[in-house]
Design a protein around this ligand. Structure first.
Ligand code: ZN
Length: 353
């Protein structure tokens, strides 16, 4: 008989795409599958409990129907298809609906959080603390009417772009090796979006944004700069990763960087192969902490949105990462900051609660 495994350390994570995974099923059973555990992809409720996944940002992301999954060596894939507001709105609402239905059908195990205090009380009660996030603002009209509705529904975090252009700005195409300076910055509507997000105190997520767009936001926004799921360009020269100047600017603003688990953003060869060692994740953490300090770095797994190291596998691999971090020499206080405290404090600074 095996002894009881120790309770895993609670983790608040900067980014996952489980709503996309569930939406793509196009099944009446998608919510029940998540709650009872379908064992597919990286996240479902039973596996999250096992891995210590205590909360995080849950993304709405609308893919172009013709985009395909990347192969191992697709380091410079063709550009992703563009998505119009009309194409995006129905899938976006459908993914939001999945989140609300999960919370309604498993109210003791899953709660939608609108404040940092909500996150703390949900985690203390052992319920997943879910924050509604949008990755790529295609579904937001330039008069911000849908944003009003989504904000009142709980939206507290918004990525202006995914890796394609939209009405607000330009995302970086997936390129390796490449600087993140791949194209123009924010449009006039994008600058308005920054102002509106500041007024509503919605997190502006900089992951996927072109470098010019990043500096546009840095200049315009009054809020901490946050990249929910991005790594260090000095370690992996992907267009999706942050330069040292960007990392320093995020820290100086009181912001936050979530370590992305995607192979192509971890590896120094840019490949999507999954034989990526945990040592690569430690190298990124070392670099991010060296430049940003101990208070501005956490996790941003990209679970269910990317191919991740086989050494992690799925959410039940989180304790292996935490063990590796501890064995690497990070003390208990730093491990707790990386696992949840830094995220919760950065969100509290942004939301003012
Ligand atoms: Zn992403």
């Amino acid at each position: 008989m095996r002894g009881r495994e120790p309770k895993p350390l609670p983790i608040f994570d900067g980014h996952n795409d489980v709503l996309l995974r569930l939406w793509l099923k196009q099944s009446e059973n998608a919510v029940a599958d998540f709650i009872t555990g379908d064992g597919k992809g990286h996240l479902d409720l039973p596996r999250m409990a096992k891995g210590g996944f205590a909360g995080g940002m849950f993304a709405i992301f609308v893919p172009h129907p013709e985009d395909r999954d990347l192969e191992d060596e697709d380091v410079n894939p063709p550009p992703a298809g563009e998505v119009s507001t009309a194409m995006a709105i129905q899938p976006a609402l459908a993914m939001a609906s999945l989140l609300f239905r999960i919370a309604r059908e498993a109210p003791d195990r899953f709660k939608i959080c609108r404040t940092a205090a909500d996150i703390r009380s949900s985690m203390a009660a052992g319920a997943i603390a879910a924050v509604l996030h949008i990755e790529g603002a295609e579904c937001i009209d330039t008069k911000f009417k849908s944003l009003d509705v989504l904000y009142e529904s709980g939206l507290r975090s918004l990525g202006i772009v995914w890796s394609r252009p939209n009405q607000f700005g330009h995302g970086v195409p997936f390129r390796f090796p490449s600087s993140p300076d791949t194209g123009p910055g924010l449009t006039e509507a994008g600058k308005d979006l920054v102002r509106v997000c500041n007024e509503l105190r919605i997190v502006i997520d900089l992951s996927h944004l072109s470098e010019k767009g990043f500096w546009d936001v840095a200049r315009l926004s009054k809020a901490p700069l946050i990249a929910t799921h991005s790594n260090a360009h000095a370690i992996s020269a992907s267009s999706r990763n942050l330069t040292d100047d960007q990392i320093r600017a995020i820290a100086a603003s009181g912001g936050m960087i979530g370590l992305n688990f995607a192979n192509g953003f971890l590896r120094s060869d840019g490949s999507w192969r999954n034989d990526t060692g945990l040592d690569m994740m430690l190298r990124h953490l070392d670099h991010l902490i060296e430049l940003a300090g101990a208070d501005h770095v956490g996790l941003g797994s990209d679970f269910d949105g990317a191919r991740i190291p086989a050494a992690i596998g799925d959410v039940t691999g989180l304790p292996a990462l935490i063990r590796a971090v501890a064995e690497h020499g990070y003390d208990a206080a730093l491990v707790t900051k990386l696992c949840s405290e830094n995220w919760i404090k950065a969100l509290a600074r942004t939301w003012g609660n």
